[in-house]
Design a binder for this molecule. Structure first.
Ligand code: CO
Length: 155
């Protein structure tokens, strides 16, 4: 009986230890999470961060199983009107560039491309963003942006 109770307590403690870092991450409004799957979908159509964030970190999880050559996902932040142009420029840049052109001023932040089971993240300064600006994010893997895009709210 005592031994059982000890195990239960230990399990609770381990659980608490495992949960704590997640709870902290979720409560930091400058650290955002988004997932992409094998059905060419992000799990969120909107991400937001308060204007008080000097830096924002976006972590992208690919929750699928397909390799990045077949179902690659990235997360690319642009001004709203630039979504289609950046998607096209990404396609032209090709896989070797992770579908993001070099030094493209329209790209405000981006992750690399990941495949199933992989995670990547990007941390960027918000000095170039305007509170209340019209920002969108997209996946620049060829053909994905029509489905994989969303609104990014800053401030
Ligand atoms: Co994609």
């Amino acid at each position: 009986m005592n031994r059982l109770r000890l195990c239960a307590s230990a399990a609770l403690l381990v659980g608490a230890c495992l949960l704590a870092p997640h709870a902290r991450a979720a409560s930091d409004p400058c650290k955002l999470e988004i997932s992409g799957n094998d059905l060419m979908q992000y799990d969120k159509q909107e991400l937001s961060a308060p204007a008080s964030c000097k830096e924002i970190t976006v972590t992208l999880h690919h929750t699928g199983k397909l390799p990045k050559e077949a179902m690659g996902h990235d997360w690319v932040l642009v001004n709203g009107p630039d979504v289609a142009a950046v998607a096209n420029a990404g396609m032209a840049a090709g896989a070797a560039k992770d579908y993001v052109p070099d030094n493209d001023k329209r790209v405000l932040a981006h992750t690399k491309v990941v495949g199933g089971g992989e995670t990547t993240s990007v941390t960027f300064a918000t000095s170039s963003l305007k509170a209340g600006g019209n920002y969108q994010y997209l996946c620049t893997f060829p053909g994905h942006s029509a489905l994989m895009h969303g609104t990014f709210k800053f401030g």
